[in-house]
Write a protein that binds this ligand. Sequence first.
Ligand code: TPP
Ligand code: MG
Length: 323
Amino acid sequence: MKADADEMKEMLRLMYTIRQFEDKACELYTASWEAGNFLGALHPSNGQEAVAVGACTCLNDDDYVLSTHRGHGHFIAKGGSVPGMMAELLGKETGCSRGRGGSMHMFDPDKGLMGGNGIVGGGTPLALGPAFAADYRGTQQVTVCFFGDGASSQGPFHEALNLAALWALPVIYIGEANAYAVATPTSEGVSVPNVADRAAAYGCPGASVDGNDVLAVHETVSEAVAHARAGKGPSLLEAQTYRMTPHCMAMRESREDVELAEWRERDPITRFEAHLQEKGIMTEAEQNAMNQQVAEVIAEAVTFAEESPYPDPADVAEGLWAT
Ligand SMILES: Cc1ncc(C[n+]2csc(CCOP(=O)(O)OP(=O)(O)O)c2C)c(N)n1
Ligand SMILES: [Mg+2]
């Protein structure tokens, strides 16, 4: 399904929010590191915003999303609380996982956000849970499971795909094919040219899409969502994209400048801005104003996070096991 003008504006707002959230998070992380406090691992998704936004804008509030270690974008695009995520990054009690999870473990079950995962490929079998539950109850809910191209070579991924296809579960696997797993090029870790080629092994639909084109992602994912809601089972999609920042905050860039510059030219945000201007949907001035409004939202989230209390050490084990 094609997005209308209002939906496209909302997509741009979400992309701005993700970019600014992560830029600010990296800033806070660096300042904290320099002050001697380690906030945990942080994997920015700069450059991959169109995947999260194109996909999540196909979903209803009660549909589910399973995220990865690089999941801030998924959280924002699915409607998770921005102050809640900022507070979580700073380890605060008001964080969406009450300060116990950090960057890779953002949950908001009310928005269908079933968590990120520090285990590469860890979300792929977990996605079968909500998908099975929805199928069993006969609701129309679908589950989207994001994973990386590197994760597609993990054993659990293949077990999950097999079961999803065997039981025709309403789950859409979306590979964020950003060409690397840390510093290993995908061509050295994946046996086929495209992650989506692996769909053939499970007898489910597979499709590759330009992951830096938010509208293309939206259209492809919409079809897979309709397929799943109609009870026809899973799809394995692949969004070809690139992360414009290093693997994580603690790592230096290992890729060539020329390659980075080439992909910066294809920045999904500037590309979408140009498209909206060309189509007469938004002017540059309107986009600047929107970006400014987003800056205010991010600044408020930082204030909220900084002013929030840390969890009480006496409660540290709460939620970890039954007492
Ligand atoms: C099971 C497991 N193996 C290794 C790691 C270390 N690790 C963290 S991220 C990562 C790369 C994952 O690559 P990909 O799935 O392509 O996701 P991307 O980081 O590119 O988004 C690795 C190997 C891990 N966290 N879990
Ligand atoms: Mg990757």
